[in-house]
Design a protein around this ligand. Structure first.
Ligand SMILES: [Zn+2]
Length: 410
C-alpha cells in the first residue's frame, strides 16, 4: 500500500481549488497546489467537490433487497413486520449474506464509509443473521466501518427470556450494540426499554432502539430519556415519529429530557414517509420527528436511510444523499445542514470522529461531480469517489451520451 495519496484538482464546498495529501488515514496537508512526491500515488479529482464522507447511521442490511420476494400487502409497519417474520423463518443464510453484501457495497459506492446496521435476533432465525453480518464486517474491514446492533423483541419478562439469551450471545460474538422496539415488543414499553438497557449495561455496550415508529399519541422517547439518564454508554433513539405529531409544549419537554440524557435521535425520512400516515387520506402527516424542537433543545439529531428495497420500503438505494434530499423536501432543512445530518452528525451519533477539510482530520471523504452541496443533493449523481482511511475504496464514473439533436453543430 502506498504511504500517502495525493488528491489533486479537488474543489472545496466554498468553491476553492485544493490539492489534499492523505497519509496514515488522515489529512496530512492541503494547498492550492501540492507537487507529487517520488512514487506517490495520485488521484486526479478533476474538479469534483470534496466533502466529509457520508455515514449511514441506520440500516437493515439483513433485510435489504428482499422486496420482490417479500411484498407488504398493506404498505404499513404492521404489514411489513408480519411479512418479514413469515419470510425470516425460511431465510437462507447464504441468500441473506449476498443481499447484505450488495447493500453494503451500494452504500459504500455512494460514499458511506461507516454504516450502522440493525440485525434481527429471534428464536426463529437464531444468530444466523448476526453471523452473516459479522462475517461481512470482517470481509469489508478495510473498506468501511460497520457497526452492528442486535435487534430483538420482546426482551422483557418471561416472553423475552429466549431473546435475552440470544442477544447476550450476539454481544459475546462481537455485535456492538443492543437494539429493540419497545412500541411493538409487548404491552409494557417501560419494561422493554429497561430490559434493553440492562443487557447493554451488563455487556458494556451502547443502545440503539427503534422508538415510537407510529403516529399514535404515546411517546416512549420520554421513557428512554428518563431511564438512560446517567447510562454509561451511548444511547440512540431511532425514528421518534410520534413526537413530531405531539403538541409543541410536549415536544419541548421531551426534547429537553432527551438532551439532558444525552440521547441522540436518528430520523429515517424515507421509510417513515412510506410506512406511516396511510390512515390519513386527508392532510397526511409527514411522519418525521420534531427535528427543529429537538435541535433547539441541544439533541444530536442525524438521519438514516433505514430500509433498502424490502417490505418496510420497496424503494431506496442506500444513498445518504437521497436521505438528505428528503430532509430538504419533507423536513424543510436547507441543503447544507441536511448534508451535515447524513455526514458529521451521523458520524457523531455513531461515536465516530468528525471530518473536516483540515490537516489532522480523518481521511473519510467523498469526491462528487457537483459544484455545491445543494447541487450534489439535487442531482444525487452516481459519479462519486469514496475514500476511507486515506484510500480510495469505491469509484463510480458516469458517461452520458446524447444522440445528435436538432441544432447541434455538425
Ligand atoms: Zn430500522
Amino acid at each position: 500500500m502506498a504511504e500517502s495519496l495525493l488528491l489533486t484538482e479537488a474543489r472545496s464546498a466554498q468553491g476553492e481549488k485544493v490539492d489534499v495529501r492523505l497519509a496514515a488515514g488522515r489529512i496530512a496537508e492541503l494547498a492550492a497546489h501540492l507537487a507529487p512526491r517520488d512514487g506517490e500515488e495520485v488521484t486526479d479529482l478533476a474538479g469534483r467537490l470534496l466533502l466529509p464522507a457520508p455515514a449511514e447511521p441506520h440500516a437493515h442490511l439483513d433485510k435489504a433487497f428482499s422486496a420482490a420476494e417479500v411484498p407488504n400487502p398493506t404498505g404499513d409497519l404492521p404489514g411489513a413486520v408480519a411479512a418479514w417474520r413469515e419470510h425470516r423463518r425460511t431465510l437462507r443464510p447464504d441468500v441473506l449474506a449476498e443481499r447484505a453484501r450488495a447493500a453494503a457495497h451500494a452504500g459504500l459506492a455512494r460514499g458511506a464509509t461507516a454504516i450502522r446496521s440493525h440485525v434481527d435476533v429471534h428464536p426463529d432465525i437464531g444468530l444466523a443473521a448476526v453471523d452473516a453480518l459479522l462475517a461481512l464486517r470482517a470481509e469489508l474491514s478495510d473498506a468501511l466501518d460497520l457497526q452492528l446492533c442486535a435487534m430483538a423483541y420482546p426482551l422483557a419478562g418471561p416472553a423475552g427470556a429466549a431473546n435475552r439469551r440470544l442477544v447476550a450471545a450476539a454481544l459475546d460474538r462481537g455485535v456492538d450494540l443492543v437494539g429493540g422496539a419497545p412500541h411493538i415488543g409487548g404491552d409494557d414499553p417501560h419494561a422493554e426499554t429497561q430490559a434493553c438497557l440492562e443487557l447493554a449495561r451488563a455487556a458494556g455496550r451502547g443502545v440503539d432502539l427503534h422508538t415510537d415508529e407510529h403516529l399514535r399519541t404515546t411517546c416512549d422517547l420520554r421513557i428512554l430519556a428518563r431511564l438512560a439518564h446517567g447510562f454509561p454508554h451511548p444511547v440512540t433513539a431511532s425514528h421518534c415519529v410520534s413526537l413530531g405529531g405531539l403538541p409543541e409544549q410536549v415536544q419541548r419537554e421531551v426534547a429537553g429530557e432527551t438532551a439532558a440524557a444525552g440521547v441522540a435521535v436518528i430520523c429515517c425520512p424515507q421509510t417513515n414517509l412510506y410506512l406511516q400516515g396511510r390512515e390519513h387520506p386527508v392532510g397526511m402527516p409527514r411522519a418525521l420527528t420534531a427535528l427543529r424542537v429537538l435541535e433547539r433543545a441541544g439533541v444530536l439529531v442525524a438521519a438514516g436511510g433505514d430500509n433498502t428495497q424490502d417490505p418496510f420500503n420497496p424503494i431506496g438505494r442506500g444513498d445518504p444523499l437521497e436521505t438528505a434530499a428528503l430532509l430538504v423536501a419533507a423536513g424543510h432543512l436547507a441543503p447544507d445542514p441536511a448534508y451535515d445530518y447524513v455526514s458529521n452528525r451521523a458520524r457523531a451519533a455513531m461515536g465516530l470522529e468528525a471530518v473536516a477539510l483540515r490537516p489532522g482530520a480523518p481521511a473519510e471523504l467523498l469526491a462528487i461531480a457537483a459544484g455545491s452541496v445543494r447541487e450534489a443533493i439535487a442531482t444525487c449523481t452516481e459519479d462519486r469517489i469514496a475514500i476511507h482511511r486515506g484510500r480510495v475504496v469505491a469509484s463510480t464514473r458516469v458517461l452520458r451520451q446524447l444522440a445528435p439533436l436538432p441544432g447541434d453543430e455538425p
